[in-house]
Design a protein around this ligand. Structure first.
Ligand code: SAH
Ligand code: SF4
Ligand code: F3S
Length: 461
């Protein structure tokens, strides 16, 4: 009798934290014998790792569940189906009612309990676990030797903080991810060192409000994100550090100074503003004004002049007038983004804004979204073009589109295509930008391959 190796397929939607969590789920199931597969078709367990942020994202789950139901009927296969992530947290047992194909529902704080929940599901029960016990999850994450390292990987995410206490009136995250909680510095350093030892060169620290990080340091005190970055910059072999997503209210002077003082910290900042109208910002409960945001950006740029700024915008928040929207266009012009995400306001069940008067017509939202997107994409290509002829470091992180080509990322997070004979994935190349395409830069090596975890050889004349 040969034992069947059960196969796991995790499909993730939403933010980077879900990408990170998908790996933690696989880690939790590896001791049960599960190996990962890339398709639902041969999986014994399908986990939909869902996102609740906008209606469209949340509805995707149900269309995917419909496809799975059909696949089961057509093939006669009977994989177990789990719904995880933020829709699981928000809707809980409702999902079981609406979708009989679902065997279990598990919220983001309970992934370490997957093996147990699967045993219950195997007995024909349909368990729902949406308990909030962040400590448990972080404890679990800190267990030795997670299989965090899959294949030869150059970049990795590390969750350092989860949850949100800000309660922006449009947002579900405080309800789906719970209260803000930070991992300890020791856990984060250990995980980063493990990743780097396995070849990872760039780590992006994740948190719903990453700059609110206040994890316990080795001295028993709460450390800021700036201190954590400083500590991680000491990890030998690590070439680059990033962090996302930050809230303007939590950008302190130390973090700004880190952009000046830490060469490994990339000159890139994702700092959502959502709106340029003070009235709308107040209604959103963002707790800062448009002007305060712009002054903050000035400070960060004073510390790091080549900073690439990114952001998020919502158009059509309840009560948004033409004048409010013009203020959003104005702040986007003033802030001058290298990239930004733009969204139409989507009313979310249970959030204060969904009941506010003055809900904006879909056609108006569409029109505003188009105008803002046009401005942002103009800024994005202007930023890319400004790099032509300039020298940048490129971290090679994947094979390129054509033979002999490698692909990587600029310090500003843009994809870069480069022909660099003799270079390997994981190298940081000193390159010159030669051209810009629709979504990537083209570059050529400037002075030969350079690997920042070794000292560059001094040129001798
Ligand atoms: N914690 C991050 C954002 C997480 S959600 C922060 O505060 O910046 C990512 C983005 O989705 C938000 O910045 C916002 O622009 C958008 N978003 C959140 N809720 C939304 C909603 N109800 N409708 C439209 N966009 C929304
Ligand atoms: Fe949502 Fe606001 Fe928290 Fe960001 S800060 S996760 S937008 S509530
Ligand atoms: Fe979506 Fe949850 Fe992330 S709602 S954006 S998956 S925190």
């Amino acid at each position: 009798m040969t034992a069947h190796t059960p196969k796991l397929f995790v499909k993730s939607y939403g933010c980077q934290m879900n990408v990170y969590d998908a790996e933690r789920m696989a880690d939790a199931l590896a001791p049960e014998g599960y190996v990962e597969t890339q398709s639902a078709d041969d999986a014994d367990l399908i986990i939909l790792n869902t996102c609740h942020i906008r209606e469209k994202a949340a509805e995707k789950v149900y269309s995917e569940l419909g496809r799975i139901r059909k696949m089961k009927q057509e093939t006669g296969r009977s994989p177990k189906v789990a719904v995880a992530g933020c829709v699981a947290q928000a809707e809980g047992a409702e999902i079981l009612k609406r979708a009989p194909v679902v065997d279990l529902v598990v919220g983001p704080q309970s992934y370490h309990r997957l093996p147990e929940l699967l045993r219950e599901a195997a007995e024909g029960r349909r368990p729902v676990d949406t308990e909030f016990s962040v400590e448990d999850k972080f404890d679990h994450l800190s267990r030795p030797a997670p299989k965090a390292i899959r294949g030869r990987r150059v970049t990795a995410f590390v969750t350092v903080q989860e949850g949100c206490d800000k309660f922006c009136t449009f947002c579900v995250v405080p309800y789906t991810r719970g209260a803000e909680a930070s991992r300890s510095v020791a856990q984060i350093v250990a995980e980063t060192e493990r990743l780097v030892a396995a070849g990872v060169r760039e780590v992006t620290l994740l948190g719903q409000n990453v700059d609110a990080f206040h994890g316990e340091g080795p001295d028993g005190r709460a450390w800021s994100l700036a201190r954590l970055l400083e500590r991680l910059a000491e990890v030998e072999g690590l070439a680059r550090l990033r962090y996302t997503t930050s809230h303007p209210r939590d950008m302190d002077d130390d973090l700004i100074a880190a952009h000046r003082d830490l060469p490994k910290l990339m000159p890139y900042l994702h700092l959502p503003v959502q709106s340029g109208s003070d009235r709308i910002l107040a209604a959103m409960n963002r707790k800062h004004t448009a002007d305060e945001y712009l002054r903050l950006i000035d400070k960060v740029r004073a510390a790091r002049p080549d900073l690439a700024l990114s952001g998020d915008f919502i158009v059509g928040f309840p009560g948004e007038t033409d004048a409010d929207f013009e203020a959003t266009m104005a702040i986007a012009r003033a802030a001058d983004y290298a990239s930004a995400f733009t969204f139409k306001y989507s009313p979310r069940p249970g959030t204060p804004a969904s009941d506010m008067a003055g809900q904006v017509e879909e056609t108006v939202k569409d029109e505003r979204l188009q105008r803002l997107q046009a401005l942002i994409s103009e800024q994005q290509s202007a930023f890319a073009r400004s790099l032509i002829g300039r020298r940048i470091d490129v971290l090679l992180d994947r094979p390129g589109r054509h033979a002999g080509q490698l692909a990587g990322r600029s310090p500003y997070l843009q994809p870069v295509q480069i022909v660099a004979p003799g270079a390997n994935l994981g190298d940081v190349i000193d390159a010159v930008v030669t051209d810009v395409g629709a979504n990537s830069l083209f570059a050529a090596p400037a002075g030969g391959a350079r690997d920042t975890h070794r000292e560059p050889a001094e040129a001798t004349a």
